[in-house]
Design a protein around this ligand. Structure first.
Ligand SMILES: [Zn+2]
Ligand SMILES: [Zn+2]
Length: 81
């Protein structure tokens, strides 16, 4: 099951389960802005970033999203423009 992480790994922006977010196959998680700056490629594993599917609200109570924030600030240096 997807973790549905609560934040962008790069800029630490909050990402609600209903927000548009992008993940790689390891679930490195990014907001749309950072995904664009990264040209759709995960900076951690060089994998493809694809849109995270929205978990239906009716399923969230029994299958809650992760509360563990993952943030790699060195990513910011790669997206600075
Ligand atoms: Zn971001
Ligand atoms: Zn990755």
């Amino acid at each position: 099951m997807l973790e549905l992480r609560p934040n962008c790994e790069c800029c630490d922006a909050d990402l609600a389960p209903v927000d548009q977010a992008y993940i790689c196959s390891f679930e490195c998680t990014f907001c749309p802005d950072c995904k664009n700056k990264l040209a759709g490629i995960c900076p951690n594993c060089s994998g493809e970033l694809v849109r995270r599917p929205i978990r239906p609200a009716s399923k969230l109570a029994a299958n809650p999203p992760s509360a563990v924030r993952v943030c790699k600030l060195d990513c910011k240096t790669k997206t600075a423009s």
